[in-house]
Ligand binder design. Structure first.
Ligand code: SF4
Length: 481
């Protein structure tokens, strides 16, 4: 089928309509203030949207106008915008901005390319975005996603974003210019990803020429049946924060039959809004006694026959809300949030004790019926499971002792379901918030679905949902029958 931009672009727009609105567009819609859009656009370069949004929430009350910005020192600006990418350079650019705006542009943000390019910290991409978003004028902002996807589609055959912009200016009708960036950034983050794009669920797959693309290997088994159930596990790193960062959209988009959460850092009375979101689920909590710390929860569409917290024989696991067990007619479901071994492996002994008790618990339950264990085990098993194994050899989460426990689990026959379907490297579930690690995919695979050996045939699919943001972990899932 031949590729027609007019045909596929509306389908891509439809696909991303439910995605989170990029922060710069959000600020433009909320403030209608070109100055704030300019600041947000400068901050957003090489920075995740959540980080940019948090920085603008700190910056805007102190620098809501050119005059207010002029009052702030570089070090104050650094503190306000940290940890956006290149925050030191950006603080210097922001500090220099009021003088240039006042001297050359009467204190106002200009709306032309040449004038914007004369401002500190403003390159072509930023200028185009400000023109399109703040002034609603035709401009094509070409970032890496737009450049990459336009080449995949064969719309251009270019080496640099600048060449792509110049080509698109010639061939793309002006009515599309403003929407290209927003649409393709979202599409590039969620579907047409730089590594292993989701061609398997892409709405334009049948038209796409896929130039230079290696599609993601399918993990779906041909044994899929109508009786299967989807289980999802997610370390949300604070349920209150996740609720503000699209938790509801994720839940509705992925629609799991059982959702297991770790590190909820909240008691049920601190998240009353959850009740409106989880209509149709039976809800079970195991919050930590200490407020704002650890804790687990499970939401299930099917009512379990029994629910209990903790590991048999290890009392302290209840204190930290680390284990939540559900028994169903033909399987046990264990949601686990393993302790972190801590810097210098200070808590390794505690973690080892916890993990040893967990394995005893798993062995005991799996004698009776199928066992599904999921959660953040806070350990990457093999070198393939993290980006920098050499550097992390003795670090928490990749110490020999923690990995030895994973070996024990595997020797006992338990199955790491993700690896059953996907042996490829670069598949991670956690990325540090520092050093732009997620954008660079410098991550660790420490979140798992594990089943007992006899239940191997019941796992039909396993996946990592790295398109989902809202936490420093992404969800993992299996389809189980
Ligand atoms: S089919 Fe694949 S390569 Fe083409 S746009 Fe969709 S995800 Fe990208």
């Amino acid at each position: 089928m031949s590729f027609s931009f007019e045909t596929i672009f509306p389908l891509v727009q439809q696909e991303v309509a439910s995605y989170q609105v990029p922060v710069v567009d959000l600020i433009a819609a909320q403030t209608r203030d070109p100055f704030k859009v300019l600041l947000a656009t400068i901050l957003s370069a090489r920075t995740r949207d959540e980080v940019t949004a948090a920085a603008t929430r700190r910056l805007f009350p102190r620098a809501g106008s050119v005059d207010e910005l002029a009052e702030l020192s570089v070090s104050e600006l650094e503190k306000l915008i940290y940890p956006v990418g290149f925050y030191r350079n950006k603080a210097r650019y922001l500090s220099a901005l009021p003088k240039v705006l006042n001297e050359r542009f009467d204190g106002k943000v200009p709306d032309t390319m040449d004038a914007l390019l004369s401002l500190p910290g403003v390159g072509r991409k930023t200028a185009n975005l400000v023109i399109a978003v703040a002034f609603d004028k035709p401009a094509i902002c070409v970032d890496t996603h737009v450049h990459r996807i336009m080449n995949i589609w064969g719309m251009v055959a270019t080496k640099t974003p600048l060449q792509t912009e110049m080509q698109l200016r010639k061939i793309l009708p002006e009515r599309y210019w403003k929407d290209i960036n927003f649409t393709l950034v979202a599409f590039g983050q969620g579907t047409c990803k730089p590594v292993s794009p989701h061609c398997d669920r892409c709405p334009i797959e049948k038209w796409c020429p896929k130039i230079g693309v290696t599609p993601r290997a399918l993990k779906r088994s041909d044994r899929m049946t109508g009786n299967s159930k989807k289980f999802l596990s997610w370390n949300v790193n604070g349920l209150r924060a996740a609720l503000k960062n699209g938790f509801s959209d994720v839940l509705h988009a992925l629609d799991p039959d059982i959702l297991a959460l770790q590190e909820i850092k909240a008691h049920p009375d601190q998240v009353p809004e959850i009740n409106e979101i989880i209509d149709g689920y039976h809800v079970y909590w195991n919050p930590a006694k200490k407020k704002g710390y650890a804790g687990t929860a499970v939401f299930s569409k099917v009512r379990p026959v029994r629910v209990w917290n903790g590991l048999d024989g290890v009392e302290s696991t209840d204190d930290e809300g680390r284990v939540l067990n559900l028994e169903f007619a033909d399987f046990y479901f264990i949601n686990v949030y393993s302790p972190n071994a801590q810097p210098a492996l200070k808590r390794l002994a505690y973690k080892q004790e916890f993990h040893n008790a967990l394995l005893v618990h798993m062995n005991k339950l799996s004698r009776d019926k199928s066992l599904v264990l999921c959660g953040d085990l806070n350990v990457a098993h093999k070198e393939i499971d993290l980006a920098n194994p050499g550097k992390n050899r003795h670090n928490p989460g990749f110490s020999d002792e923690e990995r030895a426990w994973m070996d024990e689990v595997s020797t006992a026959g338990y199955i790491d379901t993700f690896r059953k379907f996907d042996p490829s490297p670069g598949q991670y579930t956690w990325w540090s918030y520092r050093f732009n690690a997620r954008a660079k995919n410098i991550g660790w695979r420490i979140d798992y679905f594990i089943v007992d050996p006899a239940s191997d045939h019941r796992v039909l699919e396993a996946g990592i949902h790295d398109e989902v943001f809202g936490s420093d972990h992404c969800p993992v899932s299996i389809v189980f029958r």
